[in-house]
Design a protein around this ligand. Structure first.
Ligand SMILES: NC(=O)c1ccc[n+]([C@@H]2O[C@H](COP(=O)([O-])OP(=O)(O)OC[C@H]3O[C@@H](n4cnc5c(N)ncnc54)[C@H](OP(=O)(O)O)[C@@H]3O)[C@@H](O)[C@H]2O)c1
Length: 283
């Protein structure tokens, strides 16, 4: 039997370490022994306060959007990855994919990237959801080398990767957080902003030049002065995941893990302070 963190209701008291049947790799799938899986804000919110009737399907739920682990078996048709490979994985449990807070999972080939052994598993998993989101939102902004960008929420999981990625592309990056008033940036004529904070970025728009760009992974800014405003929702993207895994392996993208908890201590992990880095479950 495999292990999973299951959620039966609202609050950490509704989390259990449960036994579940072993997954098997179907056609086009990869079976992965999970070493580590992040707790992201979207998982925390699912536990408390919960998403009510927006939760997919019915209880018990298995949460978790990313993993680091090792390939243990391959489904038919998968021939470019090997048993024993270290991998980074991504799955949208909110949209019908399997939640990744479990010890063994089968994922479609497109949800997996080979990652090498340079980055420890508890760090590697944090690149799955947040690294992929950062890549997709920065690509959507379409900024180029030499341009200027304000990242709101840059001390967070997504924002930290956006800032590092943009810097690696030769974009000049300014950062804002909860304690940085929009007035600090007013009139700077920046080429764009990316909002990764649980906040409305509209008040930061005065930092962006006419016809600039404002992308967000949370609330989009209200467009004005020809500024192109949009919200990006992360999507399955094999090439993007491979790009992120490669950047992590080469040390171009770095991450901060605040603490790793064994799956047996999931309730403590969900209550732990993640403001200084990601909280990770290990299996
Ligand atoms: N659209 C998608 O596909 C997608 C994908 C992944 C994540 N998300 C969402 O993106 C958000 C960020 O995720 P995360 O993992 O990066 O979260 P996180 O690690 O908790 O970081 C949140 C960041 O937002 C900042 N912040 C909080 N309140 C703020 C405010 N009122 N004004 C300005 N900055 C503020 C925090 O800065 P301080 O240090 O100043 O508090 C921190 O830097 C979450 O809401 C998450 O659900 C969306």
């Amino acid at each position: 039997m495999a292990k999973a963190i299951t959620l039966t209701g609202v609050g950490v008291a509704s989390l259990r370490l449960s036994e579940i049947p072993d997954a098997v790799a179907g056609p086009g799938e990869i079976l992965i022994a999970v070493e580590a899986a992040s707790i992201n804000p979207v998982d925390r919110a699912a536990v408390d306060p919960g998403y009510g009737d927006k939760m997919p399907g019915s209880a018990p739920w298995i949460l978790g959007w990313d993993l680091a682990g090792r390939v243990t078996a391959l489904g038919s048709g998968v021939d470019d990855i090997a048993v024993g490979d270290r991998v980074l994985g991504f799955s949208q449990w909110f949209k019908g994919g399997p939640g990744l807070h479990r010890s063994l999972v089968a994922l479609p080939r497109d949800n997996v990237a080979v990652a090498g052994d340079a980055v420890p598993a508890d760090e590697l998993t944090t690149f799955g959801l947040n690294g992929l989101t950062a890549l997709q939102v920065l690509d959507a902004a379409g900024l180029e080398e030499g341009q200027t960008l304000l990242v709101i929420g840059a001390s967070g999981g997504v924002g930290g990767f956006v800032a590092q990625l943009a810097d690696s592309r030769g974009i000049t990056v300014l950062t804002a957080g909860r304690d940085t008033p929009p007035a600090d940036f007013a009139g700077m004529e920046l080429d764009g902003l990316i909002n990764t904070a649980p906040a409305d970025p509209t008040s930061y728009l005065e930092a962006v030049r006419d016809d600039g760009v404002a992308t967000s992974v949370t609330t989009p800014a209200e467009a004005e002065r020809g500024i192109r405003s949009s919200r990006v929702g992360v999507r399955v993207d094999r090439a993007g995941l491979e790009t992120v895994a490669g950047l992590a392996e080469r040390g171009v993208l770095r991450t901060t893990v605040a603490a790793a908890y064994p799956a047996e201590q999931a309730a403590w992990a969900f209550e732990a302070d993640g403001s200084a880095g990601r909280i990770v479950l290990t299996f």
